[in-house]
Ligand binder design. Structure first.
Ligand SMILES: O=C(O)C(=O)C[C@]1(C(=O)O)C=C[C@@H](O)C=C1
Length: 356
């Protein structure tokens, strides 16, 4: 078929798509009105994830799941913006991985509020200046982000969704490689690229800064002093730096898990994860008995972290992630058993489980 004819066909399909998208927007508007009247949450991660899973399974055409998810991400972002004036607080500044993670979850139609630190993200949501917040919780190479864990202890906020993002850090500079004397980056990034730095820049000074965007700014400002930065492509683009090496993390599959926090947790989707924290009674065997509760109910516990309680020396909070939703009967039975051995059990939220 000649090119022009195919393009005419594409134009016809696009006209139909637009008509259908506007019909969808009319339905979404009604959903928004109902939700407001009934006091329901506008953002419905369980509905989004069920819809995405259904559409991906249903598709028998050329489009891969990744593209279907990306297209629908933006369709649902437009829907969210139609339903409400949604604001998302994230650990900034602009251009960081957390910013990119937030956009990958909420799309380009909603408003984003950059926050200077973890506590401000929590605060902004708790004070209702933002509807949701996005914070990193753990990296597959470097482990837990303890700041985030600690903030859950006193916060009334719940986890309502998670975001998994492949993190590809690069070396960026405004000078040739041979002139680099100092590397600037976030401590997590230094940790993710430790082997590469030792091999390539064993004598460089490493300076930790609060974000990869800030590192890129310094690399620009102090280029004549031999400064370079390590971070993502958006930070390089923002400050017009050259990516000298695009992918320098020690593990190719380096992934960070981010959490979406809000006032309410998420209903069950049939494939969920639950996060909670607990502290044990000071009795022999308490920790073993507490963890035994999960095994007895055949609950898969995928992660455990401990943090000092900061209330009493040598007392700890244990953070656990497990498969299932808090309303599932087996999870609920395990939690009842757990409570018998703990001085505190706090459910941080149940939310859809996802794979990258
Ligand atoms: O079904 C809803 O609850 C909607 O608000 C519609 C919709 C969508 O576009 O499909 C939009 C936002 C929600 O987060 C989930 C789904």
């Amino acid at each position: 078929m000649p090119l022009n004819d195919i393009r005419t066909r594409i134009d016809e399909i696009d006209a139909q798509l637009l008509q259908l998208l506007n019909q969808r927007a009319d339905c979404v508007h009604v959903v928004g009105e109902i939700k407001k009247k009934e006091g329901l949450q506008i953002y419905a991660p369980e509905r989004e994830e069920s819809l995405l899973r259904k559409l991906s399974a249903m598709s028998d055409g050329r489009l891969p799941e990744k593209s279907i998810r990306a297209i629908y991400r933006e369709i649902m972002s437009a829907a969210l913006a139609l339903e409400d004036d949604l604001k998302i607080a994230y650990l900034g500044p602009e251009g960081t991985w957390t910013h990119q993670a937030a956009i990958s979850k909420f799309g380009h139609s909603v408003e984003y509020l950059s926050q200077p630190n973890f506590a401000d993200v929590f605060d902004c949501v708790a004070r209702r200046q933002a509807s949701y917040g996005v914070v990193p919780i753990e990296n597959s190479t470097e482990g837990a982000v303890s700041h985030t864990l600690d903030l859950f202890v006193d916060s009334p906020l719940k986890i309502c969704a998670q975001i998994l993002m492949r993190i590809e850090n690069g070396l960026m500079a405004d000078i040739p490689r041979e002139q680099i004397k100092t590397l600037y980056s976030h401590p997590q990034v230094f940790g993710q690229c430790r082997g590469w730095i030792l091999q390539n820049f064993p004598h460089a000074d490493l300076v930790e800064v609060s974000s990869t965007t800030k590192a890129a700014r310094i690399a620009k400002e102090k280029a004549s002093e031999g400064a370079a930065a390590m971070g993502g492509p958006l930070a390089a683009e923002m400050y017009g730096l050259t990516m000298l090496n695009p992918c320098i993390q020690d593990r190719a599959t380096n992934t960070t898990r981010f959490l979406v926090i809000g006032e309410k947790t998420c209903p069950a989707t049939g494939n969920d994860r639950t996060s909670l924290l607990f502290s044990i009674k000071d009795n022999p065997g308490s920790l073993v008995k507490a963890l035994q509760a999960f095994d007895d109910c055949a609950i898969n516990m995928s992660k455990i972290e401990s943090r000092p309680s900061k209330q009493q020396d040598w007392e700890y909070f244990f953070y656990v992630d497990l498969a299932g939703h808090v309303e599932d009967t087996d999870v609920s039975a395990a939690l009842d058993e757990l409570r018998k051995h703990c001085s505190l059990v706090k459910i941080l939220g149940s939310y859809p489980d996802i794979q990258i």
